[in-house]
Design a protein around this ligand. Structure first.
Ligand SMILES: Cc1cc2nc3c(=O)[nH]c(=O)nc-3n(C[C@H](O)[C@H](O)[C@H](O)COP(=O)(O)OP(=O)(O)OC[C@H]3O[C@@H](n4cnc5c(N)ncnc54)[C@H](O)[C@@H]3O)c2cc1C
Length: 462
């Protein structure tokens, strides 16, 4: 049988389980070929499908399994590691029609949603009943909960509340043979069997297609207050951040931008109005009920004592939102400076942040590449962004060389290549260095147990 025969058989079988509007091929599939990563390849899919229920997902995966065709699960394609990029001849399975909020259970403080629900929609639905879903990736207006679970996404509030995985209770998952399983418990506690829910969190579409998710929710916190502070050096900013972490008060946000990020954000969006000329900026927030103002005044004292140049308190929600919005522009703003940017996501133990920042400066100088660094300094997860001009091959090569050096640096500091964006295809080459051969082999055997014919997002993650 020729490839064309197989393609037409598979398309006929898909048409038997989905409507025409749920299947895109050729030019109509073009828009679903890749995520927002730079420096990653993507293939030409056989088709992009848009199932609207767990049963439809299972029907699609059953067809793929019968023909040993790869399946690439895809959420909103905001990923930064190429995890959702199409593979040649694959069925790309978009979850964008799985967008129902199925239940908000106030008594048990949980929400159950389909995987394609946007992060912001879940957060707003929880807020409407005075509950709170904290994980807040910068992409939350677009990203899906399924994508967040599959990458174990973080965000700015994770310094206080933890990452997506900390909130996941139960998953409905379509396995590689098309069968449907439910993992986890509705209860707060539960240790029956292995924790497959935790294994699926962060699995980047390689172990199963997640179709429904139950997350735990928290009581709604106070409306946050915040403070920003500028510093003459990144070392001063880091020392002040460390002083805040060491204190008894727990910030809900503790973010860092270096001078290059500040300049890029102001140039990208002049309304951001971050203090120009500073070498570093810290952004700190508290959302403690009855104490947020006091916390922020106390943080301001710590920042002054740490040698801050300008300290700006923002109790007013509009002023605070302006600061947060400016911070969220980190990636597009730095990318706009040279037209191309490789986004790092390295994470190190907090005690190694100083060595990481020094090492980044050394790499930038030695390779002659611009590295702008910002991110979640409170949990040791920074986003150095390596700029390059896509029209200059030497700059592209230097950027990729710097990318590898930054990952090697983080691993040498007991850190990781990725704190929250995932491995995808972008960082696979560095996984051996981080895991070592024995763990990598064990992980491959786990993958084989879930997906013996390697049809689920092959070539990603491991
Ligand atoms: C401007 C910007 C800011 C960002 N900020 C953050 C941030 O602060 N923190 C952070 O962690 N990330 C951040 N990201 C990265 C990205 O938004 C996250 O990785 C997000 O979780 C991806 O969600 P998505 O729905 O777009 O998934 P996609 O990009 O579509 O997919 C991501 C991965 O998950 C898999 N996948 C998706 N859905 C499913 C499913 N239902 N079942 C199984 N596998 C699935 C895909 O195969 C792929 O491997 C940012 C990205 C951008 C562009």
């Amino acid at each position: 049988m020729t490839m064309t025969d197989v393609t037409s058989i598979v398309l006929d079988e898909l048409a038997a389980v989905l409507s025409g509007a749920q299947i895109a091929t050729g030019a109509r599939a073009e828009g679903n070929r890749r995520d927002q990563s730079e420096g990653t390849l993507s293939g030409e899919p056989l088709a992009v499908v848009f199932p609207a229920s767990t049963e439809e997902v299972a029907a699609v995966v059953t067809i793929a399994a019968a023909h040993r065709i790869p399946v690439v699960p895809q959420g909103a394609r905001t990923g930064l590691a190429g995890g959702a990029n199409a593979i040649d001849g694959a069925i790309v399975l978009s979850t964008t029609r799985l967008k129902k909020i199925l239940a908000i259970d106030s008594a048990n403080q949980t929400a159950t949603v389909q995987a394609g629900v946007r992060t912001i929609a879940l957060a707003r639905a929880a807020e409407a009943v005075d509950l709170f879903y904290p994980p807040d990736p910068g992409s939350w207006r677009a990203s899906t909960i399924g994508g967040n679970v599959a990458t174990n996404a973080g965000g700015m509030l994770c310094v206080k509340y933890g990452v997506t995985g900390n909130f996941v209770r139960q998953l409905t998952v379509v396995l590689a043979d098309g069968s449907i399983v439910h993992t986890g418990q509705r209860t707060i506690k539960g240790v029956a069997g292995y924790n497959l829910t935790a294994l699926l969190v962060g699995s980047e579409g390689t172990l199963g297609v997640i179709t429904e998710i139950t997350v735990g929710l928290l009581p709604k916190p106070a409306s946050p207050s915040g403070v920003s502070a500028t510093f003459a050096t990144t070392a001063d900013a880091l020392a002040a951040a460390n002083a805040i972490v060491a204190g008894a008060r727990r910030p809900s946000v503790l973010e860092f931008l270096d001078g290059a990020c500040i300049a890029a954000i102001n140039a990208f969006d002049p309304d951001s109005a971050l203090p120009a000329g500073a070498s570093a900026l810290l952004l700190v927030q508290s959302d403690e009920i009855g104490r947020a103002h006091d916390d922020v005044e106390a943080y301001a004292e710590v920042l002054w004592a740490g040698g801050a140049g300008a300290v700006t308190i923002a109790h007013d929600p509009a002023a605070l939102e302006q600061l947060m919005s400016a911070r969220r522009l980190l990636h597009p703003a730095v990318q706009a400076v040279r037209g191309g940017a490789l986004n790092e996501d390295v994470t190190v133990p907090r005690s190694q942040l100083s060595a990481l920042l020094l090492g980044l400066a050394e790499i930038a100088m030695e390779l002659g590449v611009p590295i702008s660094t910002g991110g979640h300094i409170g949990d040791g997860n920074l986003h150095p962004v390596i700029g390059y001009d896509p029209a200059v091959p030497a700059e592209i090569d230097a950027a990729h060389a710097a990318f590898a050096r930054v990952i090697a640096l983080a691993i040498s500091l007991d850190g990781s290549a990725s704190g929250e964006h995932g491995i995808g295809v972008l960082k696979r080459a560095h996984l051996d260095d981080e895991l070592g051969p024995v763990l990598r082999d064990l992980q491959r055997r786990v993958k084989a147990a879930f997906d013996p014919h390697s049809i689920l997002n092959p070539g990603k993650k491991l």
